[in-house]
Write a protein that binds this ligand. Structure first.
Ligand code: SF4
Length: 366
């Protein structure tokens, strides 16, 4: 670490950021409110999501559920449908559960401090700090990916930020740097600074207000900092979907169990260790379903759609089959499949890969 103590660093750093922020900040709707519910919504939506992608979701959620009471009372399926396309669906499920907790245990009022907020389900140290400072003006420093990067570069921290132990060191420094008078603006400023000035690949060092004091800039280490060890490459999973169609309807089922896309809807699925599905496997699956399929009504599998998740990749192949008769009740019971018309399917929360397929086939249009 650079030979400058955080106490010495504090005046120039907070002052520079607070001077920089009003001149450069983006005008974002959650910056115009002190309502902890709206701030919390924006923070959950923006986790692992870019601002431009998250913005319409924030507006949609706030329009659909203007208060925490509205979100708490909403059916899970409706919340997941509104969330569709953002990924990490556990965020949406937990968000609704947190709303219920706030309504049932806190009379609909978010706790007014970091210590109270961090006890809520799905609210970790970062989100609690963001709400506590933005809504209640508490002096508690946020630490997200942008803040890690800025601190590592400016103060020359070389600890691997992928290691959980890094949090303590960075939080300690962040807590000493945060402005006493303007903690909310300071937190907004450092995150915004990381998002648009001190960016991961092309930071704008030439016009940076702290470049004279920036360790990374002064030592030619901008590209080396922060140190972050790479996560292990995720595995690829091969999904073969049987898109069973009868009349104007398509069979889907709700995903259950401990796997990706819990509570979302997809088609009958066979997962294989390799990309190719042995031809016999398809026949076996159909027999198990008791499905009567005219051989001339089995389409060639559509080109595989790929979807990257944080720790795994999915390659999905779709085999479309027109049934000669509806599936029997016992098969529906056993598989969880149900037949849906297009308008009904539209209402269901689905993984993006499924809605992309349905849109591509013209079954859905949105
Ligand atoms: S000089 Fe460059 S690396 Fe240092 S804080 Fe500014 S933008 Fe970031």
């Amino acid at each position: 670490m650079i030979n400058t103590s955080p106490h010495q660093a504090h005046p120039f750093f907070a002052e520079a950021l607070l001077d920089w922020y009003p001149r450069h900040r983006r005008d974002l709707p959650w910056r115009h409110t002190q309502d902890p519910y709206a701030i919390w919504l924006s923070e959950i939506i923006l986790q692992q999501t870019r601002v431009q992608q998250g913005l319409p979701y924030y507006e949609r959620f706030l329009a659909a559920y203007p208060t925490v009471h509205d979100l708490a009372a909403a059916p899970e399926q409706e919340v997941l449908r509104l969330w569709q396309g953002l990924g990490y669906y556990s965020r949406a499920r937990n968000m609704r559960i947190t709303a219920q907790q706030v309504v049932n245990e806190y009379a609909g009022q978010f706790p007014g401090s970091y210590a109270g907020l961090v006890k809520l389900r799905g609210i970790g140290p970062y989100t609690a700090a963001a709400i506590a400072s933005f809504a209640f003006g508490e002096r508690v420093a946020v630490l997200d990916g942008n803040v890690y990067r800025v601190l590592a570069r400016v103060f020359g921290l070389t600890t691997d930020i992928a290691q959980p132990s890094a949090r303590k060191e960075f939080q300690h420094l962040a807590d000493q740097l945060i402005s006493v008078e303007e903690p909310a603006d300071y937190n907004q400023a450092i995150m915004e600074f990381g998002a648009i000035q001190c960016t991961p690949t092309n930071p704008d060092c030439l016009f940076c207000p702290v470049r004279e004091q920036c360790f990374a800039f002064q030592h030619g280490m901008v590209q080396q900092l922060p140190v972050k060890s790479k996560a292990k490459a995720g595995r690829t999973r091969y999904f073969h979907y049987l898109v069973l169609r009868y009349g104007g309807q398509v069979y889907l089922r709700k995903r259950t169990g401990k796997d990706i896309w819990h509570s979302l809807y997809d088609f009958y699925l066979t997962e294989t260790p390799e990309a190719a599905l042995p031809p016999q496997a398809l026949v076996t699956e159909l027999e198990a379903l008791g499905a009567q399929v005219a051989t001339n009504r089995v389409s060639e599998p559509a080109a595989a759609l790929r979807h990257a998740l944080s720790h795994q990749k999915v390659e999905a192949c779709f085999h479309e089959l027109w049934l000669d008769a509806p599936l029997a009740d016992d098969v529906l019971k056993q598989t969880g499949l149900e037949a849906y018309a297009a308008e009904q399917m539209d209402e269901l929360p689905k993984p993006v890969i499924i809605s992309n397929y349905l849109n591509k086939k013209g079954i859905l249009r949105n």
